[in-house]
Design a protein around this ligand. Structure first.
Ligand code: ZN
Ligand code: ZN
Ligand code: FE
Length: 761
């Protein structure tokens, strides 16, 4: 045994709660290595004795055969004298003060568990909380680290002898699976109606299905919160749900049992199939088939549907195939309007009372709320729209060491970001910080994540908008704790977020094309149609859409017809001459708005691209008033005729991009009765051409050919697709978001990196 050597190996990354130690145990046995492995608060540690060949094979296998949910960031190997171990053991966890590591997101049910769920001989047959080391709840049940059962909401459930045995057997799929449970010892479901328990267990499930079949709305407690569910193929139910939720038009997500069902209703690409089946199980926005029987009221005015597969055992059982059971269920977050999703049983009973006919409850606690994620597929890769369940709180990797700081994000679709080491931990989707409940959720989540990742921020980054609640939180806290606070311009943050994702160099400037709805500018105007020559450190505003008054301020965001009037007076067309806006002719409201514009009363200036879309859609008569953010733009996009080649001209020079001639041509087309599909296409084509021309102009003067596309307008797939293609054809390197949303959900990541550059870190 003279050729024995010893090693100590330390692994960091997502290596706990994902079956990593059993994997190491199996590998060590295979290679004939002796020693031990253990979890620490900073990762996984092991010491091994063996032949050099065996150790080499072992370390290679660590990387090559990593369990599906584990992600290794770093393997450090240190040579030791052999210790003379006589067996291989999994030893007790070692807590380290102040240490931290990534925490696994919640993971959808795995195939093994799904098989057992359907197996009449299995002791977890039809048990709605079946899980293992490869699947189940994680982030939403963890109260503190290290990730062990007593520090999760599973603590009150004492394991039965059988579960305990599986839990302690290194060769079992449930070895150290913290949420492990069975019908004898684990959480239970029941159905409630009018504060009364109607049924339990299988009965509760079947009665729920009966109610859904009858068209009722049922609140269903899931992984990260409650859903409101109803039959998606029954228009009356969907309309009723909209009425109760005060949600007029914004699309609902739909859950279907399997791919076969989804293919029946949707047109899918291979990549979309892959995304839908991925273990993150996000809602994927895909094209709806013309003959789909899903009610049009699910996504009014859109040619797409947001679909997802069941991701918990409870969902699998709930959607089970039966001849008369609906093929698709609306599964929308259990909340009223823009409040945070309900997570607590008592809270749900109160807040969802006006919305739900019944509740399918369970007694496994949700420690932190987490909404469903939403993605699209763009050019064979994921394009995130909302990064939450399944992704959060998995970090975005940084290409250098970060100082610990907190970036609070923006107002809408808020997320915040904590940095430490080479990680940027983005929070789950918090929502629109416009009401008290969401603000509480924001503050609670910050506290929770700072504790989980042991981050004590040394600085706070915030949006320049003085009235954002997140901004106020940042300023108050920085004052209280004596921390530097760094204001970051909204669109600069958008661009920086996309730069981070692509690991771009700190000093090389890029052309940041930041198009979105609202963002506070350096000059106090509302920006949103910006060409920013950016580094992390700073930016130069090279071009922007010409300023236009926003008559009525915030009101104009909800009422695009106001923007249409603002543009009509700018390009000198009379309201009388535009048939599509006949409704507003001789109207008193229009008169007041025209006065506002003329006298600049309550009419802040804006260069917002989102508002230009609003104006264009209203001028065409497509939508005068919106019921949710960006509705006009979304409906305008849906109209585009892909075969149309003409475009409207945008002029630019002296730092200004002027849409006047574009809108003049658009108005002329409306007057001549050109079909909306062609008008929408010409508008989109014109925008693409403008972006390419302006980028070429910047390249010729500044020599920069890397273009970053960020901001909510880039959720417009027609615009994104055409612009990326045309820019690429012109020789630009084009970068789009792949890890965080192009919308304000990605802002906090950019803020963090800009702030870090300011601090010289
Ligand atoms: Zn499993
Ligand atoms: Zn049990
Ligand atoms: Fe934005």
């Amino acid at each position: 045994m003279s050729n024995l050597v010893g090693v100590r190996i330390h692994i960091t990354g997502l290596v706990q709660g994902v079956g990593f130690r059993p994997f190491v145990y199996g590998l060590a046995s295979r290679e004939g290595l002796l020693g031990w492995v253990r979890n620490t608060s900073a990762g996984v540690d092991m010491e091994l004795d063996g032949t050099p060949e065996a150790i080499k094979a072992f370390t290679r296998a660590l990387r090559e055969e990593t369990p599906p949910l584990a992600r290794i960031d770093r393997i450090q190997v240190e040579d030791l004298e052999p210790k003379g171990f006589t067996e291989f053991q999994i030893v007790h966890s070692q807590p380290l003060e102040g240490a931290f590591q990534p925490i696994s997101p919640d993971v959808s049910i795995c195939q093994d568990c799904e098989r057992e769920l359907q197996d009449t001989g299995d002791r977890r047959y039809r048990y709605p909380f079946i899980n293992c080391t490869n699947c189940g709840p994680r982030f939403t049940i963890i109260k503190d680290i290290p990730y062990d059962r007593p520090k999760t909401t599973m603590a009150p459930f004492e394991m039965c002898p059988q579960c305990l045995e599986e839990y302690h057997d290194p060769l079992d799929r449930r070895f150290h699976a913290q949420p492990v449970a069975c019908p004898a010892c684990g959480p239970k479901i029941w159905l409630e109606m009018g504060q009364k328990k109607l049924a339990e267990a299988e009965d509760a499930l079947q009665t729920t299905r009966q109610l859904l079949k009858e068209g009722k709305v049922v609140a269903i407690k899931g992984l990260g919160g409650f859903h409101l569910a109803c039959d998606a193929t029954r228009a009356a139910s969907v309309i009723e749900l909209r009425r109760r939720k005060f949600r007029v038009d914004k699309a609902f997500a739909v859950m279907m049992l399997n791919m076969e069902a989804i293919e029946k209703h949707c047109e899918l690409s291979d990549w979309e199939r892959q995304m839908i089946c991925s273990y993150e199980r996000p809602i994927v926005i895909v094209n709806r088939k013309q003959d789909s029987t899903i009610a049009l009221e699910v996504a009014p005015g859109q040619d797409t549907l947001g679909v997802m597969l069941p991701y918990t055992p409870l969902h699998v059982l709930l959607l089970e195939q039966a001849e008369d059971f609906p093929e698709a269920l609306v599964m929308t977050s259990g909340n009223l309007c823009e409040e945070p999703i309900a997570t607590d049983n008592e809270d749900a009973r109160i807040r969802l009372a006006p919305l739900a006919d019944a509740y399918l409850m369970h007694d496994r606690g949700i420690w932190i709320r987490c909404d469903d994620s939403v993605v699209r597929v763009f050019k064979d890769d994921v394009y995130p729209l909302r990064r939450s369940r399944g992704y959060a709180p998995y970090p975005v990797f940084l290409h250098r060491e970060a100082i610990p700081l907190l970036a609070v994000g923006a107002e809408l679709k808020n997320t915040f970001c904590l940095t430490r080491g080479r990680y940027a931990f983005l929070s789950q989707h918090i929502g629109d910080l416009e009401n008290y409940e969401t603000m509480v959720s924001f503050e609670d989540s910050i506290e929770h994540l700072e504790n989980l990742f042991r981050v004590s921020p040394q600085a706070i980054a915030y949006d320049l908008h003085p009235n954002y609640l997140a901004t106020r939180y940042a300023l108050e806290r920085s004052e209280k704790e004596g921390l530097p606070a760094i204001g970051v311009q909204h669109h600069h943050a958008h661009v920086a977020a996309c730069m981070v994702e692509h690991g771009m160099d700190a000093n090389a400037p890029v052309i940041g094309v930041s198009f979105d709805g609202t963002g506070y500018g350096d000059d106090g105007a509302i920006w949103g149609g910006e060409f920013l020559l950016s580094t992390y450190q700073g930016y130069e505003r090279l071009y922007h859409l010409s300023y236009i008054p926003l008559p009525g301020g915030e009101k104009a965001v909800r009422e695009p017809w106001r923007l249409a009037l603002a543009w009509l007076s700018t390009v000198g067309v009379e309201l009388e001459d535009l048939p599509s806006m006949a409704d507003y002719r001789d109207s008193e409201k229009a008169e007041i708005v025209l006065q506002q514009i003329e006298k600049s009363i309550n009419s802040p200036l804006t260069s917002s691209m989102g508002r230009l879309f609003d104006a264009a859609a209203a001028l065409c008569g497509i939508r005068y008033v919106v019921n949710y953010e960006a509705q006009a733009a979304i409906e305008f996009e849906a109209l585009v005729d892909p075969d149309e080649r003409q475009d409207y001209l945008f002029e630019f020079g002296d730092g200004i991009v002027d849409p006047s001639s574009c809108l003049k041509s658009l108005v002329k087309d409306v007057q001549h009765g050109v079909p909306e599909t062609k008008i929408a296409a010409r508008f989109h084509n014109g925008l693409t051409r403008m972006v390419v021309e302006v980028c070429k102009d910047i390249r010729s003067t500044r020599g920069v050919d890397e273009v970053v596309l960020s901001g909510g307008v880039w959720q417009n797939m027609v615009l994104l697709c055409n612009t990326v293609e045309d820019l690429t054809r012109e020789g630009f390197s084009v970068y789009v978001h792949r890890e965080v949303p192009a919308n304000d959900g990605g802002i906090s990541l950019g803020q963090a990196l800009v702030a870090m550059a300011h601090l010289g870190a």
